[in-house]
Design a protein around this ligand. Structure first.
Ligand code: G3H
Ligand code: 13P
Ligand code: ZN
Length: 348
């Protein structure tokens, strides 16, 4: 089937009471690993590209690789989503590239660093909805700010600052009404990247796991049971993946991720899209380091990209199973953007 609007994938996930992994990609191996895992587990899936990913792959390559993936596995509903769009122009660029869904991250200013005012966030998000919906394209907005920083994106907030920028449930209700977004990314204390804690035990000095404000998700779900929430920064950063990296020469101390059980609790309370990037980065890096350490004579890129792809596949397989999307491929026929245009027009 052709690429489907993300809105349909999320609506179906809500009906079935499951979550859908949205996996970041930068290259062919990640796309192939996601699609193989989606095929093997019978999972609808969201493939997303950040601005950095599009720049790295020179825009057109990722789009065509994802199109190839859809051709190889026509039975899998796939949405192609722009992650953390920073401006109206970036979203337009993605839509022109045939993305079926865009995120406008109005929680930060266009520099991708400075927290925005609520009013500025509503204004830019509304603008993107107004231009995307008539084309059938889904829109994700974000309210509140995450911690951490990835590839220049993020406010780089400290733990205390993150707590000041959590999503306010009453404001979330207002935001969804004022903007008309299809999905709402919430800030509940997660951060991008492999270092999600930033908390030290004052006595032992040891790092402690991040504290998440799960009650905010529960409250937003109580207020808006039909709102599709998105959890960013949701890699679990499994210690065994970090251990492989460190065993073969890496230096990644004090990493922390999000427990799968907390994500599953979110899914029970309206989280439908779960963003995972870091876990596949860790798996691939560990596999490559291991290969080079154990077989230093190897120089054919297939010898290290192959194990990297297999390691990423294992991560996707585990997440698709844990989020509950596995087994739902045959539940529905994919909608086109043209179908979605009619749905939005009828809802006006
Ligand atoms: O939002 C964060 C994602 O992990 C994307 O990261 O901007 O380094 O591609 P990136
Ligand atoms: P992680 O860094 O936890 O994988 O989060 C990715 C993300 O939120 C992409 O938008
Ligand atoms: Zn994110």
């Amino acid at each position: 089937m052709p690429l489907v609007p993300m809105r349909q994938i999320l609506d179906e996930a809500a009906k079935g009471g499951y979550g859908v992994g949205a996996f970041n990609v930068n290259n062919m191996e990640q796309i192939q690993a996601i699609m193989q895992a989606a095929h093997d587990t019978k999972s609808p899936v969201i493939i997303q590209a950040s601005r950095g990913a599009l720049k790295y792959s020179k825009m057109i390559y990722l789009r065509n690789l994802i199109q190839a993936a859809v051709e190889e596995f026509p039975e899998v509903p796939v949405s192609m989503h722009l992650d953390h769009g920073n401006s109206v122009e970036t979203c337009i660029e993605a839509i022109k590239l045939d993305f079926t869904s865009v995120m406008i991250d109005g929680s930060l200013a266009e520099d991708g660093k400075t927290p925005n005012t609520y009013e500025a966030n509503v204004a830019i998000t509304r603008k993107v909805v107004e231009l995307a919906h008539p084309l059938g394209v889904t829109v994700e907005g974000e309210l509140g700010c995450l911690g951490g920083i990835e590839d220049g994106h993020g406010a780089g907030l400290s733990v205390d600052e993150v707590n000041e920028h959590l999503t306010d449930p009453a404001q979330a209700e207002d935001f969804v009404k004022a903007t008309g977004v299809d999905a709402l990314a919430v800030a509940i204390g997660t951060s991008h990247g492999a270092y999600k804690s930033g908390r030290k035990d004052p006595v032992s000095g040891k790092m402690l796991p991040p504290v998440l404000a799960m009650e905010r998700i529960h409250q937003i779900h109580d207020r808006m049971p039909n709102c599709h929430m998105v959890m960013h920064g949701s890699s679990s950063v499994p210690q065994e993946l970090v251990d492989v990296i460190n065993q073969y020469g890496g230096k990644m101390p004090n990493t922390f991720g999000i427990a799968i059980e907390q994500i599953q609790d979110g899914i029970k309370h309206g989280v439908r899209k779960i963003n995972v990037d870091t876990d596949s980065r860790l798996a691939m890096t560990g596999a490559v380091r291991k290969l080079f350490a154990e077989k230093p004579e190897k120089f054919d890129p297939r010898d290290w990209l192959g194990p990297a792809r297999e390691a990423a596949y294992q991560v996707y397989l585990a997440r698709m199973t844990a989020f509950g999307q596995a087994g739902h491929v045959g539940d529905y026929m994919g909608m086109t953007l043209a179908d979605m245009i009619k749905v939005y027009a009828a809802a006006k």
